[in-house]
Every structure is written in structure tokens, then in C-alpha cells.
Design a binder for this molecule. Structure first.
Ligand SMILES: Nc1ncnc2c1ncn2[C@@H]1O[C@H](COP(=O)(O)OP(=O)(O)O)[C@@H](O)[C@H]1O
Ligand SMILES: [Mg+2]
Length: 243
């Protein structure tokens, strides 16, 4: 975007996020790798420890965080902007609150527009951490948040599959070129004893945040935060963003 094309809403974005101390995007170079369950469960671990935490589902075409956390649709309150929905101590914003069960097909420009609009109108207030659940890949939304949110840090989710390791490598290279700080690399759905993810982190000099095993019981816990709190995923994520 050239200076003459700067959208005036981008200035409102800075104001809206002025009270947010950290912005952590949970990203992954591929879909189905566990970004949404990690982002939602991570936010839950922080809220359970008394932190003021927000969760923003940026996968507009396939929002999932409300499903993981078992939050039913509630149209956000409007007053000088919109208030995220407070559920289980998490300030949650999702396009699902507006769209309900309808599909949200968006082309490139419309995705950027939806992102800017929601960032410009959402009143996050004072938060210690805002977790962003990123859509798959490194497309418009990823490039937009990197551009719009200079304080953004990424937590990258990967697994040991050759195809994933390859794309994680590319993502890390891009984030390094764009100077995006990394919280670190998290291995999810670990099945065997291969250390490809940990060694990749070591090779590129990114903190390795640990391995979450494949958990056949996770599916049953989705939508029920009490069960989620008992999951291996929850226990693996405690302490990832706190000392
Ligand atoms: N550690 C895990 N063990 C078992 N299933 C998992 C694990 N992590 C994620 N899943 C499952 O994988 C699927 C994709 O997860 P999701 O968070 O939607 O991925 P993404 O957001 O990266 O597309 C979901 O069905 C989720 O429950
Ligand atoms: Mg997702």
C-alpha cells in the first residue's frame, strides 16, 4: 500500500490497541496443524492465571475459537465501538458472532477490509496479552497484521512431517526477513520420536517451546473448558507465555 493509499482506519487501530501490552499471533504455515486449539487453549491458560487476555479469531472463512471454547453466538455490545465477548475470562472476538453459521467467503481485498474494520472498532481495553488465531498459510491476513501491528510477535505451530517442516522453514525465513519477533516454535501432534522440529528451531536460532503429543482424547474436550483444562494440550501450554 503506498502512502496515498493508507486507510484512515489504520490510525484507529493503534488507538484501539494502545492498552494491549503484548500481541501474539499463533500461526502455522499450513492448515489443520492445531493453531486454533493452541490459540484458544493458550488464552485459557492465561485467563486461568488471572491475566487479562484477549483472543481474536482471524480465520474469517473458518472461525473455530468459539467452538473450541464452547462459546455460543452472542452479538457484541456496541458503544463507541464493539466490546469483545467475555467468556471464561477471555475477551473473545470472532466474525462468527456476526455471521452466525453462514459461510464467510472473502477475496483478498475484502479480507483486508474485514481485518481493518474489526481492528478499528473493537474495544480491547487494557490487556496483558492479545492472542491472534491466524488463518492457515502466509497470505493476506498474515501480511496485513505484520504491516498493521508493529508490536506483533509470532508463535509458530508445526509438526514433524516432512511437508510441514519444509513449510515451517519457509515461514521462519519470511518472518526473519520481515523482522517479526518470534515467541518460538511449538511442535504439536507429536506421534513418534523424531526431533525434526526441535532441531529446526535450534538450527535457525528460534526458541523451541516444547512438544504437544497427539492426544486422541482432545476431540472430546473441545467445547468444554473444564475438560480442556484437564487435557495434555492445556498442561503443555501452561507457562509458554508466562515466566
Ligand atoms: N495435540 C493434538 N492432539 C490431537 N488432535 C489435535 C491436536 N492438536 C490439534 N488437534 C486436532 O486437529 C484438528 C485441527 O486443529 P485446528 O486447531 O483447527 O488446526 P488449524 O487451526 O491449524 O487449522 C482439530 O480437529 C483438532 O482438534
Ligand atoms: Mg484454525
Amino acid at each position: 500500500m503506498s502512502p496515498s493509499e493508507i486507510d484512515p482506519r489504520s490510525f484507529a487501530v493503534e488507538d484501539r490497541l494502545a492498552g494491549v501490552s503484548r500481541i501474539v499471533g499463533v500461526t502455522g504455515s499450513k492448515g489443520g496443524i492445531g493453531k486454533s486449539v493452541v490459540a484458544s487453549t493458550l488464552a485459557l491458560t492465561l485467563a486461568d492465571r488471572g491475566m487479562r487476555v484477549g483472543l481474536f479469531d482471524l480465520d474469517f472463512t473458518s472461525p473455530s475459537d468459539h467452538v473450541v471454547l464452547g462459546v455460543s453466538r452472542s452479538f457484541p455490545e456496541e458503544e463507541f465501538g464493539i466490546e469483545p465477548h467475555l467468556a471464561h475470562g477471555i475477551h473473545l472476538m470472532s466474525i462468527a458472532f456476526f455471521a452466525g453459521d453462514a459461510a464467510v467467503p472473502l477475496r483478498g481485498g475484502a479480507t483486508t477490509n474485514a481485518l481493518l474494520e474489526l481492528l478499528a472498532i473493537t474495544r480491547w481495553g487494557e490487556l496483558e496479552v492479545l492472542v491472534l488465531d491466524m488463518p492457515p498459510g502466509l497470505g493476506d491476513t498474515s501480511l496485513d497484521v505484520i504491516r498493521l501491528l508493529p508490536r506483533l510477535e509470532f508463535l509458530l505451530v508445526g509438526n514433524g512431517s516432512k511437508v510441514v517442516v519444509e513449510s515451517v522453514k519457509r515461514a521462519l525465513q519470511l518472518f526473519s526477513e520481515l523482522d517479526v519477533p518470534m515467541v518460538g516454535l511449538l511442535e504439536n501432534m507429536r506421534r513418534g520420536s523424531d526431533d525434526a522440529v526441535a532441531s529446526l528451531a535450534a538450527t535457525v536460532g528460534v526458541p523451541f517451546l516444547g512438544s504437544v503429543p497427539y492426544d486422541p482424547d482432545l476431540e472430546a474436550a473441545l467445547g468444554d473448558v473444564d475438560q480442556l483444562r484437564q487435557s495434555i494440550l492445556y498442561r503443555s501450554l501452561v507457562g509458554v507465555l508466562t515466566p
